[in-house]
Write a protein that binds this ligand. Sequence first.
Ligand code: IMP
Ligand code: MG
Length: 369
Amino acid sequence: MIKLHGKYFKPFISAKEIDDTLQRLVDEIAEDVGDEIPVFIGILNGSFMLTSDFVKKYPKTCEVTFIKLASYEGLKSSEDIQRLIGLTQDLTGRTVIILEDIIDTGKTLHEVHRIFKNEKVKSLKIATLFYKPEAYKKDFKLHYVGIEIPNKFIVGYGLDYDGLGRDLPEVYQIKETQHMTNLVLFGPPGAGKGTQAEFLKEKYNLVHISTGDVFRYNIKNETALGTLAKSFMDKGQLVPDQVTIDMLNAEVEKNADANGFIFDGFPRTNAQAEALDKLMDSKDSQINAMIALEVDDEVLVKRLLERGKTSGRKDDADETVIRNRIKVYYNETAILKDYYAAQNKYFGVDGVGSIEDITVRLSTVIENL
Ligand code: IMP
Ligand code: MG
C-alpha cells in the first residue's frame, strides 16, 4: 500500500503485467503496420513512460513524437482540455498511432481527433494501455486496448495523482475506503461494553454498529431488508446471515467517511465472522481486532443483580438467569476467540476496575494496532 497526498492506494497492476501487455500491443501493431514507418505520438504527460517502453520493444523503424494535453485535476477529469504543445511536424500521408496511457471519459481523445481533423494523414489509430469502459462517453474507435479496468482512480506508470506517482513502475488503485480501524467488541452481560463503546466512539470517531439496533431500525422503518428479516422472525426462523450482512453493509455505506466501525452483537458464529471479513474486504478494509472485556463471573453476577435493583430489567433480577446468560456468552465467544486469535487479532482486556481504568486499557490496545 502507498500513500500520496494523504490518500491510500493499493497495488493493482504489476510491472510484469504491464510489460506483457505492452509486448502484446507492440506485436499487434507491428503486424498491422507492416513495412510502413509509423509515427508514434505519445500524449504527455501520462504516456511518457509507456511511449518509451513501447518504442524500445517496437521491432522495426519508427518515429516518435509527443503532444501535450492537460485535463485532469486531482482525482477528476475536468471539462476543458488544454492544448499545451500541439503537432510540430507535417504528418501528411503518414501512418499515425496515438499512444495513450489511459482512456477515461474520452475527452482527451476528442481533442486528439480535433487536432487531426485537418491533417491529411494516411491513417490515425488509437492505442491505449488502460481503458475504463464504464467511464467512456464517446464513440471514437479504440484500435488497440491493453487492459480494461474498473472506473476507479489509478496512479503509477506515468499516471499521477496531483503530480505524484508518475514515477512508479507499477500501477496502484485508490482504496475504496481510506484507513480505518474496525473493531469487534465483545463482553459478557454486565462487563460495561455499552459504556466503553460510547467512549471509544467519541475518542476515535468510530461508528458504533449494534446489530440489535440495526435490526430494530430496519424493522421499525419497514425497509426492504427489515421486512425480509421480519418475515423470517414471524415464522420463528433465524434471519439468514446474508440478510444481516446486507443490513450491516448499508450501515457501513451510510458512514463511508468514518474512521472505522465498532461491531457489537455480530459476528456470533464462524460463518458470520467470515462473512464480515468478506464485507470489509469488499470495502478494501478489514477487521483489525476483536476486543473482549474479561470480567470474572462472580463480579458480573454481583454487578447485574445490583443493576437489576434499579434498572427494572427482568433478566437482571434472577441469579440463575444471569448465570445462564454468562454461560451462553462464553459458549458463543469461545469459537470467535479462536477465529480471531488465529489471525493474531484477539485482545482480551481486563474489565474489572474503574470505568477510566478500563478505558485506558482499551485505548492502549487500539493505539497499538
Ligand atoms: P479522459 O479525457 O477523461 O479520457 O481522461 C484521459 C486523461 O485523464 C488521461 O490521459 C490521464 O491523464 C487522466 N486520467 C484518467 N483517468 C485517470 C486515473 O485513473 N488516474 C490518473 N489519471 C487519469
Ligand atoms: Mg494522458
